[in-house]
Design a protein around this ligand. Structure first.
Ligand SMILES: Nc1nc2c(c(=O)[nH]1)N[C@H]1C(S)=C(S)[C@@H](COP(=O)(O)OP(=O)(O)OC[C@H]3O[C@@H](n4cnc5c(=O)[nH]c(N)nc54)[C@H](O)[C@@H]3O)O[C@H]1N2
Ligand SMILES: Nc1nc2c(c(=O)[nH]1)N[C@H]1C(S)=C(S)[C@@H](COP(=O)(O)OP(=O)(O)OC[C@H]3O[C@@H](n4cnc5c(=O)[nH]c(N)nc54)[C@H](O)[C@@H]3O)O[C@H]1N2
Ligand code: SF4
Ligand SMILES: [Mo]
Length: 754
């Protein structure tokens, strides 16, 4: 692409949208302004500071694509799709979903998604559609990975924590391969730093010898799915060898006695045997963690999508909390940002399956069951936005069946995805480079930031921003307060932002219900006064005021000032002005305690302690003759990025997303590099290309995530590349507490095929 003529005079500021970090990016477009032709890191971005990984140079594959949706589509009797105009689409959707609401209640309409790795404003605007329809139940991808961790973190420390990897003496990754998946800023550069520094220790808990493990001082190749034993063993070493910091614990925590009571009896030898890691190594690693000046730990899918996942979230926390690795440099903290991610409060149960609702989202695993159940409260309608659950959630066959059983389903996406192809209506959205979009996973400390990006491209005919889509749906449902919009627009025209602000707060106190449709209200008023292409940034105005009201000191420390309510507007304006990310809060380490209830960490989670206490008498999962392998279904690699790109040409290597298998296993099964294999689970069958890979343990195989997508080939025929992991997964293989799936240890068999 670099050989195409570029309009080299101008570098535009945006972000990479391929993982949650959304590194700051500067791009050059071609002369026509239709393609990204050059990419470099944005030195002005306060967190990524010029860093990019190998994937960011491929962003043009997201923007320019053969599979772009350019008109609303309606499913026909043959299962095909016919284009329809926007007015008809909105009218029919409002009338059919409104009909379900009136006849059965809004709680029978389900909402899934709302954002991917770099687009989070749809979720905000969807709030008004949800309120208009009386929707009660929603979910998104976080409910198949992070809800267990959120729940534990919330009960221990009042919120989700991140850690200061950059300055920690000891860093431990639990089921996480940051070389590929990142998860914290400048990961590859930071990992190299850690590896170089003789005073720091990098610990990697992963059955696979990953690229991260290559850099580690201590690699713990745990047996697949058995992390609970090794972590319980480490906690037991700390307690039994009396390595905990009693003074810190007395001052900053409650519940240590309950922890001691359980772990003084944990049999470390048994933990070693079951986890496959020598007891001597468990003991020495635990001592290294206990004696370090600072410890930072990151758990991710290797354990979050595996057996005992919620328990592991608790156990890994004990390894560092017992020595005060919280609220100090190099340790953990609860960040202070605009989007409160991971508030893991528990609130109610899902209507049919009775799954715990955490952070407002129901367990994602059981959604199809809650559609298909013969139950009075089963879901009858669904809106899916910025997500591809037919592909990304367990048991794709059951998802397809559930989608077709719905009385009305609507998908809002930029492409005709696996999920869109099961929906009654598909609404085409602008891409993330055609509207204002924002980074939401902002976990930095002591300075945290917010990044609102301006659009790079003019959208094509036929597509709409999610903000406009939700505003039109509210309008069609009659819930858009036209009179208030009229008055607010008048206030803006005559008295500017000051008059607007005063009136909004006055209207809100008169009628708090307006708050529910606030995003579309702001979009239709304030949005019109924003710079070109930025109208859909308006929804951020409310969270800016929220943040300013509750965090005046840290906002002012970040250099943003303003008397009274002005602070919220000034914060909003600073973010809109960008062009790169803006620091929105600056704190001291001691400020972290303000976000911990009673400024005290609770160590005593009775359900987790009970589960930990049973580990020695529990038998770990063994493979069977029928299914002798454990498959990690969905691994992050150099060229995977969920399903953000659908065109396989973006991959510079591993084009088909090979199955990795240990050389001994491969030899036994007559598999060689590039040969074909069939993977069979109890749930399904997929065929795959083989790569013999000595990083894998015997008995453990992996396939990448985000493959098995179709894309038009040169003749315009849809062609599938690679295998789709969730054709193999089953929804009932899930965590007992929060229902997150066990995708990293799916029992399978493998055989060579012709
Ligand atoms: N390149 C790339 N980066 C991404 C993404 C992407 O699609 N591609 N997606 C992003 C998203 S949405 C997420 S959630 C993150 C996920 O990021 P990660 O969780 O780091 O990604 P995975 O590769 O799925 O799993 C991590 C590791 O778990 C290990 N594992 C498997 N079984 C076990 C086990 O039993 N115990 C332990 N301890 N480890 C085990 C695997 O060997 C693997 O190395 O990545 C983000 N970053
Ligand atoms: N077996 C297995 N399954 C997994 C995983 C695994 O490791 N193994 N990983 C899981 C994880 S951690 C995650 S996070 C999920 C991710 O899975 P999903 O949550 O389904 O997210 P994506 O695959 O990123 O799909 C995002 C969708 O948004 C669309 N999109 C892109 N930009 C826009 C936009 O601006 N507007 C709108 N409306 N749509 C847009 C894309 O076309 C795409 O269809 O997958 C999960 N599934
Ligand atoms: S780390 Fe994530 S956001 Fe940054 S360049 Fe790589 S994929 Fe993009
Ligand atoms: Mo994820």
């Amino acid at each position: 692409m670099a050989n195409k003529k570029s309009n080299s005079s101008e570098w535009k500021s945006t972000a990479c949208i391929l993982c949650t970090l959304n590194c700051g990016v500067k791009v050059q477009l071609n002369v026509e302004g239709t393609e990204i032709v050059r990419t470099k890191g944005d030195d002005d971005h306060p967190a990524s500071r010029g860093y990019l990984c190998n994937k960011a140079s491929r962003l043009n594959y997201y923007q320019n694509r053969e599979d772009r949706l350019l008109s609303p589509m309606k499913r026909n009797a043959e299962g095909g799709y016919d284009p329809i105009d926007w007015d008809t689409a909105i009218e029919e959707i409002a009338s059919r979903l409104g009909g379900i609401r009136d006849e059965h209640g809004g709680d029978k309409i389900f909402y899934y998604g709302g954002g991917g790795q770099g687009n989070h404003l749809p979720g905000a605007y969807a709030g008004s559609t949800l309120a208009s329809l009386g929707v009660q139940y929603r979910s998104n991808a976080l409910a198949q990975e992070k809800t267990g961790e959120f729940w534990v973190a919330n009960r221990m420390a009042g919120g989700y924590n991140h850690a200061d990897f950059e300055h920690a003496e000891v860093v431990m990754f639990v089921g996480k391969n940051p070389w590929q998946s990142h998860g914290f800023h400048r990961a590859r550069a930071e990992l190299r730093e850690m590896a170089k520094d003789p005073d720091r220790t990098l610990i990697v808990l992963d059955p696979k010898r990953t690229q991260t493990a290559d850099l580690a001082d201590i690699h713990l190749p745990v047996k697949v799915g058995r992390d609970a034993w090794i972590l319980a063993g480490m906690v037991a070493v700390i307690i039994q060898e009396n390595l905990q910091d009693d003074t810190w614990l007395a001052e900053h925590t409650t519940g240590i006695d309950a922890v001691v009571e359980v772990f003084k009896n944990v049999d470390i030898e048994d933990c070693a045997e079951k986890s496959g890691i020598d007891e001597v190594i468990i003991r020495s690693t635990a001592r290294t963690i206990a004696k370090a000046k600072s410890v930072a730990v990151f758990e991710d899918l290797g354990t979050q999508m595996n057996r005992h996942s919620t328990l592991v979230s608790y156990l890994q926390r004990l390894t560092w909390m017992l020595n005060g690795n919280f609220a100090k440099p190099g340790a953990a903290y609860t960040p202070n940002g605009l989007g409160k991610i991971g508030d893991g409060r528990e609130a109610g149960k899902s209507p049919v399956a009775g799954g715990r609702i955490i952070a407002g989202i129901v367990p994602a695993n059981t959604i199809p069951d809650e559609v298909l159940a013969d139950h009075p409260d089963h879901y009858r309608g669904m809106i899916i936005e910025s997500a591809n659950p037919v592909h990304s959630l367990p048991d794709s066959p059951k998802w397809r069946q559930a989608m077709r059983a719905l009385e009305c389903s609507v998908v809002i996406d930029i492409a005709m995805t696996e999920t869109a192809r099961q929906a009654d209506y598909v609404l085409p959205a602008t891409t993330q480079f055609e509207k204002a979009e924002a980074t939401f996973f902002n976990f930095e400390f002591p300075e945290n930031y917010f990044h609102m990006r301006a659009p790079l491209f003019t959208p094509p005919e036929g597509v709409l921003d999610e903000a406009e889509i939700h505003a039109r749906i509210a309008q069609a449902l009659g819930t858009l307060p036209e009179d208030i919009i009229y008055t607010l627009n008048n206030a803006l025209a005559q008295g500017g932002r000051d008059a607007f602000r005063e009136l909004v707060f006055a209207k809100l106190s008169e009628n708090p219900d307006i708050g529910k449709v606030a995003p579309v209200l702001l979009y239709r008023t304030l949005g019109k006064t924003l710079p070109k292409g930025m109208q859909n940034a308006a929804a951020l105005w409310a969270p800016c005021h929220q943040h300013a009201m509750t965090n005046r000191k840290s906002v002012e420390a970040a250099g943003i000032t303003g008397d009274g309510l002005m602070l919220g507007d000034n914060l909003f304006d600073a973010i809109i002005a960008g062009p790169s990310a803006v620091v929105i809060s600056k704190e001291e380490w001691s400020d972290v305690w303000q976000r911990v209830p009673r400024e005290s960490i609770n160590l005593d989670l009775p359900d987790m302690l009970e589960a930990a206490g049973k580990l020695n008498s529990e038998a770990p999962q063994e493979t069977t003759e029928e299914f002798p392998f454990l498959l990690s279904a969905g691994e992050r690699r150099d060229f995977t990025a969920n399903t953000i790109f659908r065109n396989p040409a973006w991959r510079r290597k591993d084009a088909n997303g090979a199955m990795y298998i240990n050389p001994d296993d491969a030899a036994r099964l007559n598999l060689g590099d590039g040969s074909s294999a069939r993977i069979t689970s109890e749930g399904g069958v997929v065929d795959t290309i083989v790569e013999v890979n000595d990083r894998m343990q015997r008995g453990h195989i992996s396939i990448p995530n985000g493959l098995g997508l179709d894309y038009p080939d040169e003749q315009g025929q849809l062609k599938v590349t690679g295998s789709s992991p969730n054709e193999l997964t089953s929804s009932y293989l899930a965590d007992e507490f929060v229902g997150t799936p066990w995708h990293k240890s799916v029992p399978v068999r493998v055989e060579a095929i012709g």
